[in-house]
Design a protein around this ligand. Structure first.
Ligand SMILES: N[C@@H](CCC(=O)N[C@@H](CS)C(=O)NCC(=O)O)C(=O)O
Length: 197
């Protein structure tokens, strides 16, 4: 299994973290965005969107960190990380959508602006970040994990860009339940770090 990867990418880190937690062997292939390697024809053949991460598992080629988490969770995680029962699965998936929408356009976008110079409305991104992190903080007031009372891929998908929010100048001081949740994820056996965390 190959992961097309970059160390500073929070989306790639979701996959590095999950594969470390489940001890899934993975060969990493670095795609240097600054050199434009994601726009070269051989990479575009894997993902026409020109984005990392991409997972290649023999004939299976997947883009999007949430989709890759789903694949790995169902292949290696049994019923633990993404259960097959309809209600439980949907509760996890609603947070995968949150990671791809509110978190991507909030804290991840603010970080992309401040760290990599992405051209976007950073105040709008920061406002979006505070809104979704506030919603998560209220949700986590009486919960240890986002859903099902245990770690699932909902937590893995939402974790990186919330925990990296300070790199977009969004600080977690007002969100104690999110801070406690981050500490719980960092204490999971097999946890691996990324720069900035
Ligand atoms: N929805 C995708 C987003 C992936 C994404 O935005 N990747 C960034 C790096 S973190 C990228 O490849 N950016 C290069 C570009 O869009 O040109 C996911 O969750 O994997």
């Amino acid at each position: 299994m190959q992961l097309y990867d970059l160390e500073l990418s929070g989306n790639c880190y979701k996959i590095r973290l999950f594969s470390a937690l489940l001890s899934i062997p993975m060969e990493k292939v670095t795609v240097d965005l600054r050199k434009g390697e994601h726009r070269q024809a051989d990479f575009l053949a894997l993902n026409p969107l020109g984005q990392i991460p991409v997972l290649v598992d023999s004939e299976v080629v997947l883009r999007d960190s949430q989709a890759i988490l789903v694949y790995l969770a169902r292949l290696y995680g049994g019923e633990d990380w993404l259960p097959s029962e309809a209600g439980a699965m949907a509760r996890v998936v609603q947070w995968l959508a949150t990671a791809a929408n509110e978190i991507a356009h909030g804290p991840a976008a603010a970080r992309a602006h401040d760290l990599f110079g992405a051209a976007l409305d950073v105040e709008q991104a920061r406002a979006g970040a505070r809104r979704i992190i506030g919603i998560m903080d209220r949700h986590l007031r009486d919960r240890e994990w986002l859903e099902l009372g245990r770690p699932t891929i909902a937590d893995i998908a939402c974790f990186p860009y919330v925990a990296l929010a300070h790199e977009g100048h969004v600080f977690l001081t007002d969100y104690p339940n999110v801070v406690a949740w981050i500490a719980r994820i960092k204490a999971l056996p097999g946890f691996v770090n990324m720069p900035g965390l």
